[in-house]
Design a protein around this ligand. Sequence first.
Ligand code: FES
Length: 166
Amino acid sequence: MVEVRMRVNGAVRSLEVEPRVSLLDALRDHLGLTGTKKGCNQGACGACTVLVDGERINSCLALAVQYAGREVVTIEGVAADGQAHPLQEAFIRNDGFQCGYCTSGQICSAIGMLAEHRAGVPSAVTEHLAADVELSAAEIRERMSGNLCRCGAYNGIVESIQDVAS
Ligand code: FES
């Protein structure tokens, strides 16, 4: 067992894990943060997306021991002061989900994606890098292509993100 301390949703947490334990399993099984979902468990679906130091990662592909001392935010930590995150509100307004299983990953990924866009990180369809240029639906689809929705709620997901990005 290895002791790992990391900041999770604003609080320092200490866990005893075997070196082989993924960040996803550490969050769900050791810290009880079950909002982060396990889909494929092999980096293909995005259901397990969390933010580490503001960047989105697939937590199923990450070993918890690699993230000692880092700042992790899960879906349980995106709301602030009792208020839902603007993306959570937008997903409700725009029917950005059906069964909801992928939603926590979609929202964490969208938060990271908007930060990337604002920082000028290019995407495969980027024709511009200016942070104040509106994201097109095509660019959102490209930037969110790592997050699958088996219900096919993609139109609502894109509209939700455009709602917040504009
Ligand atoms: Fe991690 Fe699917 S559960 S990408």
